[in-house]
Design a protein around this ligand. Sequence first.
Ligand code: FAD
Length: 278
Amino acid sequence: MTPARFAYVRPETLDAALAVLAREGEGAMPLAGGQSLVPMMAMRVARPALLLDLNRLPGLEAIAVVEGALRIGAMARHASVLAHPAVAAEAPLLAMALREVAHPAIRNRGTLGGSLSLADPAAELPACMLALDATMVLASAAGERRIRAAEFFIGLYATARRPDELLLRVEIPRAAGWTAWFEEVARRRGDYAMAGLAVMARRAGGLIAEARLSFCGVEPAPRRLPEIEAALVAGADAAALLPRLAEPLGSAETPAPYRLHLAQVLLRRATESLHAAA
Ligand SMILES: Cc1cc2nc3c(=O)[nH]c(=O)nc-3n(C[C@H](O)[C@H](O)[C@H](O)COP(=O)(O)OP(=O)(O)OC[C@H]3O[C@@H](n4cnc5c(N)ncnc54)[C@H](O)[C@@H]3O)c2cc1C
C-alpha cells in the first residue's frame, strides 16, 4: 500500500517548525519516529497534506534532571529512555513499561513524544505519565503551554494538543519514597497490551500512604481511578470495585469481560505485591 500524496518539510529550528504548524494547521502532521504514522499513512488512515519532520530539531531528545523534575524531550527514543541512568533513578516505572513496548528495532526509532501524542489506548507510556503525575509541555508560535497528564489524554487517540502545537517534553516530579509497579498481559512479548497497569505507591511508616494508578489497554483512554487508588491504599479488594468503575473496550480477540478480568487480576497482584513490600 502507498500513502496519498503529501508535501514534506524538515526544518532545522523549533521556530521554523512552529511557523509551519501555525500556517498549515490540521493539514500538517509532525513526524517523529514514524513507527505509527508511516504505517497509518500507508493504510491511508492518516492523510497529511504536509509531513513536518521533527528529526533535525535540536535538543528535543535531551533527558536530564532540572529543577527537581526529570525532563524527557519529545524526541527521546524509547531505547534511550530505557537505558538512561536518570530514568532508572527517578522514574523506574518508565523503564519497566518500556521493556514491554514493541521490539528493539521499533524502540530504536519510536519516541516518547510520538507515543504520547498518538494516545493509542493500549500504549504503556500514557498510563505511566498519569501514574507519575507528569506535566506535558507544548509549544506553538504563541508560546508554551503546560498540561498535567490527567488533562492531556481526553479520549480514544485524542489529546488536548492543538493542531498548531508540538509536544516539546514531559516533566516528571522526583519521587523519593515512591515505589513503582508495572505489569501487563499481551499475547506475545512486544505486542500491545490486552491489559496493563502502572502504579506509583508512596510508603510511610510501613504502610502505603498514597497511590496513583492507570490502566492501559483497558479503556478508550488512560485515566486515574480515585476510588480504586483509595481501595489499594487501604489494602481492600480494589478489583471488586472495577466492574462498576471501568468501561472496558471490547474487540473480537479480546472481549470486554475478558479485558476486565485481566485488569482485575493485575490489580490484585499490584495490591498484594505493594502491601507485602510496604
Ligand atoms: C510492530 C509494532 C509494535 C508496537 N508495539 C507497541 C507497544 O507494545 N506499545 C506501544 O506503546 N507502542 C507500540 N508501538 C508503537 C511505537 O511505540 C511507536 O513508536 C509510537 O506509538 C509512536 O512513536 P513515533 O515516534 O514512531 O511517532 P510517529 O509515528 O512519528 O507519530 C505518531 C503520532 O504522533 C504525532 N507526533 C509525533 N511527535 C509529536 C510531537 N512531538 N508533537 C506533536 N505530535 C507528535 C504524529 O503526528 C502522529 O500523529 C508499536 C509499533 C509497531 C510498528
